[in-house]
Design a binder for this molecule. Structure first.
Ligand SMILES: [Zn+2]
Length: 407
């Protein structure tokens, strides 16, 4: 089956309950009008019974690690254990192995409706510095025009600017790292910021990933408040443990500086709290407080079946569901975090079934957004830049219900 560019999406249900026809004008949405009763044309796509949403985006993934769990069979455990399992395995893999898993992971994201991904890719301290970036850049090329993939060069514990420079030259778009793991946290962050400044590229750091010590968010906000490129603090687990008096100045500075935050509920629920078997903290960034302070806050799926998270479906409905039950967002706030706000934090133009926006859309078999987040429907139609690029229609057979009148 080849991709299909419909002229109109007919009889689609929007999240507010309206049933509409949506014109598609190349890669943009045209007029959105109440559904007409006119017969369907050949180039119409009938969406009667489908909920039409903006296509989601995942602003925090690790394509180079994805889908490695079965090969590694790592022990369960916290962040240190996951890092050790990954480093032990990854020292022996080649570019093609990373490329194959990246392709499979992108296919899952796109098939589930995600039309933009930001992925962190390791720049290892030893060996071939650009192996992972080359592998993921090749996978990105294979999906060119279908899904946007931003690559963040993820520095290891010891920063080597030359190795990071080569990662940028090999296709990385942003500078990243996990300075909270470095012996000299501030020095490490500074070295990475100076590198980004030299290249005029954005940054996305693993700002912290522990409950009781450290966050580089304050340093990042203070140091980059005059920058115009995208700046993001990922995880921000530590913020979930701070009281309002400690938190307020951090949030004010981040909002003023225009630093976005990306929470990663699934990985944080898995990796955090191993040392707290009673009243285990959740370790999810305080999204509602961040939003109230004016910080653009999104959420990512982070790890998909690797030592950092054995589960994960590469599905935005999974992340949104977790935001509702574990971070207490409303269903609408949760969906925003994996769609509109995710695109904002990635610096992408808005998308959705609204006149003039990019025609990146996801239709699912559901009556409402609440039903969609609750049930993560398998039946989906993915539209990227005005083109249908993936479709799933499931069939189910069930034994007929026993009717009382037959007994
Ligand atoms: Zn990460």
């Amino acid at each position: 089956m080849s991709s299909f560019s419909p002229r109109r999406l007919r009889r689609a249900t929007l999240a507010d309950g309206q049933v509409v026809d949506v014109e598609i004008d190349a890669d943009k949405v045209g007029l959105v009008r109440p559904a007409s009763t006119a017969p369907l044309a050949l180039d119409d796509l009938d969406l009667e019974g489908w909920l039409l949403l903006a296509a989601p985006a995942d602003p925090h993934t690790h394509l180079d690690k994805a889908l490695s769990w079965d090969a590694i069979q790592p022990p369960s455990g916290d962040l240190d254990r996951a890092i050790a399992s990954w480093l032990d395995y990854s020292s022996g893999v080649d570019e093609d192995e990373i490329h194959d898993r990246s392709l499979q992971a992108i296919e899952r994201y796109l098939g589930n409706g995600t039309t933009a991904i930001r992925t962190h890719v390791d720049v290892p301290a030893e060996g071939d510095a650009t192996r992972g970036v080359r592998a993921v850049a090749r996978a990105r090329e294979a999906f060119a025009g279908l899904i946007d993939v931003e690559i963040v060069a993820l520095a290891g514990r010891e920063i080597d600017p030359a190795r990071m420079e080569s990662a940028l030259a090999a296709g990385a778009d942003l500078v990243g790292g996990a300075p909270h793991l470095a012996p000299d946290e501030g020095g490490d962050l500074e070295a990475l910021l100076r590198l980004a400044e030299r290249h005029g590229v954005g940054v996305d750091f693993h700002a912290d990933e522990a409950l009781r010590h450290g966050t580089t968010l304050a340093h990042l906000s203070r140091r980059t408040r005059d920058w115009s490129v995208t700046r993001t603090a990922s995880h921000c687990v530590r913020l979930s443990m701070l009281d309002d008096a400690e938190l307020a100045p951090l949030l004010i500075d981040a909002a003023r500086a225009g630093v976005g935050v990306i929470a990663n509920p699934m990985t944080n629920l898995y990796l955090q709290g191993w040392g707290d078997p009673v009243a285990t903290p959740r370790g999810i960034a305080p999204i509602r407080k961040l939003r109230a302070a004016g910080v653009v806050t999104a959420a990512g799926g982070d790890n998909v079946r690797d030592p950092f998270n054995p589960l994960g479906r590469a599905d935005p409905f999974e992340t949104a569901m977790l935001l509702v039950v574990a971070a207490h967002l409303s269903i609408e706030e949760a969906w925003d975090a994996v769609s509109a706000s995710a695109r904002r934090v990635m610096g992408l133009p808005p998308a959705g079934p609204v006149d003039g926006l990019r025609a990146d859309l996801l239709a699912v078999r559901a009556d409402s957004l609440a039903e969609a987040v609750a049930s993560a429907p398998a039946d989906r139609i993915v539209i990227s830049r005005g083109r249908v690029v993936a479709r799933a229609d499931t069939t189910r057979w069930m034994v007929p219900r026993t009717r009382k009148e037959d007994q």
